[in-house]
Ligand binder design. Structure first.
Ligand code: TEU
Length: 635
């Protein structure tokens, strides 16, 4: 089918990106998902949206939208229900994300390092994790805490050297674990040698490695906004051209249309793989193919919060580049890859991860990190009913030929237990609920450092306490608009990514045992009680619960590969619980969670005898207590 503005909303649903985008729109506006199934609504042609929206949907929007609709052949058919997922080591693994700057500091300079991580490998082995993902450790000026890379083949000095890296890798492998690296290849630092050479002028062989636009210094070539605020363009006098940066002013977008650039990226990946790394987490990998440089739609900028995104979040060559990368770099090795893919939905995830397509193993989708209509800068209490809706949709809808990633936290967001409840007394229960869900669903769990402690958020009252370039830019933009410093901090200090990046609290001693020096970022509130040593000494802690949940998953393939069968999903009386079975080869588990801070009635499923195997309150009771989560073996 070829999409035009005459296509109806019903037809739009037959296109992967159309289905995803309509779903996002309905979700964010709070309209019922069934709306487009209504025959009257479904018959509306796209062109009518211009009048219906009072002009908000404009010609430019419809042009890019129809281009996106035409990008794929149609919805990728799903395997029949009941088909089993193929087995793979990375499906059985529990991944642990280390934010190296804040994990453990062996040198005493206040910044975490590789030797510090090596010293904690036994801790991670004890917790039961199988794979470490290291956020970037490459040489970098540190404008975006290492996501701005100056040299892909050098370790950033505060973290150590390549020798330290080899020692860490050997230590990880010696414990039977694996290690994946962060691959940041949508952009490099403006201090990368490639960019410096590219800036010598249009004739330079590396000029084409980046994305340039002609023009004059007074007006950027289009209205695209950087995700960290302001125009997405830098004027480069030495070339008399504009250069694109979707993130900070020091993170310059690479031009993937240039074959020589792609070859260098693959060679760099092979270099790390030959060194022994086991795969990659790929930073904003869905942004690598740009669809020209036309203006972004103001409407989409409003909905998505990023102006221009429709021209790069699912570009025309994305699938082609990913397949080429798999062939050229990954195939000779036994790797695991996870793509970070902001703004993409379920159908796009299928196209990127279906086994037969040979692109990525899994992706990070972000629809669940904030409730619909909210973002990380809006103070609100996270409603777990929305998480249930999201998990039902993905667990039931992804298909057995694809594999989900299961995560609730990372280095870019306020920590989830603190989002769910501001009551510190309830946060451990919320953290245990998340652990129970994460370790009993189909997908690969990603534990972010500190999740296993139920770590909370921090307090940032003054701008000098911030380290996150995005939050600093936001603070500056707000004060430039006339807001007082306190008012600007109320926003920037609430939403800053620094909350997740505070040093890991190891014990109740000086600087929580993270460093002998001065930590580069303040500690999380409550670290005197919430730290690894204190929790290891307390059998009722979040840490012990996490460890038990991981061990349970490892012991039972039903929790990894088993069929997912939700129950009570249509019952109003049990709207506040999330309950499901996982079943494989006669082995069966039942999970029940209370999604609220109040006591709720415990539903009784129709099944064999239930024997509790993991209980967040020690043992089940007649009713479900606040955020209670229990796992039972059936029969
Ligand atoms: O983040 C990409 C990104 O856009 C995130 O802000 C994402 O949209 C958000 O987390 C969704 O909740 C990646 C890295 O994770 C981040 O640390 C980097 O700053 C960014 O890329 C640029 O490399």
């Amino acid at each position: 089918m070829v999409y035009t503005q005459k296509s109806t909303l019903h037809e739009v649903l037959q296109s992967p990106l159309g289905r995803d985008m309509l779903n996002t729109l309905l979700l964010q506006t709070g309209l019922p998902a069934a709306l487009v199934q209504n025959p009257l609504v479904g018959a509306v042609p796209l062109s009518a949206l211009k009048t219906l929206s009072g002009g908000k949907v404009d010609e430019a929007f419809l042009t890019s939208f129809t281009a996106l609709l035409n990008r794929d052949g149609g919805i990728l058919p799903r395997p029949a229900p009941g088909v089993r997922p193929a087995r793979a080591w990375w499906k059985e693994a529990v991944v642990y994300q280390v934010y190296p700057r804040s994990f453990a500091d062996a040198s005493g300079d206040g910044v975490g390092d590789l030797a510090g991580i090596l010293a904690k490998v036994p801790y991670l082995a004890d917790l039961g994790v199988d794979v470490l993902w290291l956020s970037p450790i490459y040489d970098s000026p540190g404008d975006d805490c290492g996501y701005d890379i100056r040299d892909y083949q050098k370790i950033d000095a505060p973290f150590g050297t390549l020798r330290d890296f080899d020692a860490l890798l050997a230590g990880v492998h010696a414990h039977g674990m694996k290690l994946i690296m962060d691959l940041v290849v949508n952009h490099t630092s403006d201090e990368h040698a490639w960019y410096r050479e590219a800036c010598r002028g249009r004739g330079d062989p590396r000029h084409d490695y980046y994305i340039w636009a002609d023009g004059t210094p007074d007006a950027p070539p289009n209205n695209w906004q950087s995700l960290f605020g302001g125009s997405a363009w830098n004027w480069v006098p030495s070339c008399g051209q504009w250069a694109l940066h979707l993130f900070s002013k020091k993170q310059m977008d690479l031009n993937w249309e240039c074959p020589a650039l792609r070859a260098e990226v693959y060679a760099m990946m092979r270099w790390w793989l030959a060194r022994g790394v086991d795969g990659f987490r790929m930073d904003v990998i869905n942004f690598i193919s740009k669809d020209g440089l036309a203006d972004g739609s103001p409407l989409l900028a409003d909905v998505a919060g990023m102006c221009g995104v429709e021209h790069y979040f699912y570009g025309p060559h994305l699938h082609e580049y990913l397949r080429e990368m798999r062939r050229e770099a990954l195939d000779p090795y036994d790797t695991f890859t996870v793509g970070e893919t902001p703004a993409l939905g379920l159908e796009a995830a299928r196209l990127l991860t279906a086994e037969s397509r040979r692109e990525l193993d899994t992706v990070f989708n972000f629809d669940h990190l904030d409730n619909p209509g909210k973002n990380r800068y809006t103070p609100y209490a996270y409603d777990l009913h929305e998480l249930k809706k999201y998990l039902l949709r993905w667990q039931c809808g992804l298909g057995a030929d694809c594999w989900q990633s299961l995560f609730f936290d990372n280095h870019d967001n306020r920590r989830m237990p603190g989002k769910i409840t501001s009551d510190p007394a309830l946060q451990p229960a919320a953290a245990k609920l998340l652990a129970a869900v994460q370790m009993t669903l189909r997908g690969t769990p990603f534990v972010y450092q500190g999740d296993e402690l139920g770590l909370g958020n921090a307090r940032f009252d003054t701008p000098d306490e911030l380290r996150d370039v995005e939050a600093i830019n936001r603070y500056q933009a707000l004060t430039a608009q006339g807001k007082t410093s306190a008012a600007a901090m109320a926003v920037a200090g609430y939403g800053t990514r620094d909350h997740a990046r505070t040093p890991m609290p190891w014990n109740g001693g000086k600087n929580a045992g993270f460093t002998a020096g001065t930590p580069w970022l303040q500690l999380t509130e409550g670290w005197q009680r919430t730290n690894a040593a204190a929790e290891q000494a307390d059998p009722a802690s979040v840490w012990h619960f996490y460890r038990a949940a991981i061990a349970l998953r490892h012991a039972h393939p039903a929790l990894v590969y088993g069929e997912f069968q939700p129950v009570f999903t249509r019952s109003r009386a049990f709207a506040d619980v999330f309950c499901y079975f996982r079943t494989l080869d006669g082995e069966r588990f039942y999970v029940e969670c209370n999604l609220t801070a109040k006591q709720v009635r415990r539903p009784a499923p129709l099944c064999g005898r239930l024997s509790p195997v993991l209980c967040s309150y020690g043992a089940p009771a007649a009713a479900l207590r606040p955020y209670e989560a229990n796992v039972y073996r059936v029969g």
